[in-house]
Design a protein around this ligand. Sequence first.
Ligand SMILES: [Ca+2]
Length: 304
Amino acid sequence: MAEATEQPATAKTRKSLTGFYVAVCGVIALGLLGFWLWRAYTVWWFDADEAKRRQAEAAAKLGVPVEKTVDLGDGVKLELLLIPAGRFKMGSPADEKARDEDEMQHWVVITRPFYIGKYEVTQEQWEKVMGTNPCEFKGVKNPVSNVSWNSCQEFGRKLNGLGIDKGQFRLPTEAEWEWACRAGTRTRFCSGAADEVLADYAWFDAAPGGRCHPVGMRKPNAWGLHDMHGNVWEWCEDWYDRGYYAKSPRCDPTGPVAGAERVSRGGAWCHRTWFCRSSQRAADAPTVADDSVGFRLVLVPAEP
Ligand SMILES: [Ca+2]
């Protein structure tokens, strides 16, 4: 009789424990799902190792190298790096030091990998394609400057006309430029938030000489790009609109359809650090050219 009453009690205990374990597993599963969703939809920044891994992954998928060199002739080379597709918050948070109101933070998705110049376009590259050198600060490895947005378009047309690559050269969109500049960071600069560290990565007005400097002398960002901050401003493809970020499409934004000024990014040798921030926007008429503004090229890989 004792066995007969003990067995149902044990079965009841087992059933109760099973229910407890199922409940615990359910809570853990929900927690893990919540954590995964939080990571997937809010965390967009990544470190240098992850940046390199993404570059290698994108290159493997496309069957192209991460680093690509284009021969412009007579020993003049144009070096490019593959930037993977990805998702990030463009612009700056409201509490960023020295930010401007036109930098409203918003989600952007870059849907296609693209090549971008490892360096700003140099004077020797400009001269090879255009046959002229408009710069005040002469030097074959110095970035070209004194080039208007319109003349950069002419440079692109001539370069594409040479037929040296199946892809098309153009200026970066503003979104491509910032994605390339940030390289996974969410701080004021690709080097972090501190002005003091920026001097290792950029030429700005604290740098000696009061002029631009040969490209590639400062540290690169996590993608391997040099001088995204400072040296010369870099023209982008987009028209400038102060309120554009509030209405920008999420995927591959290309800027307003019309405007009076074109965007430039990154600051220059003559400016204070805050002008070199990843999200800082500047604009000028497409006919304006001065010794602080140059550009770098994007090459969109040809469809296989
Ligand atoms: Ca620059």
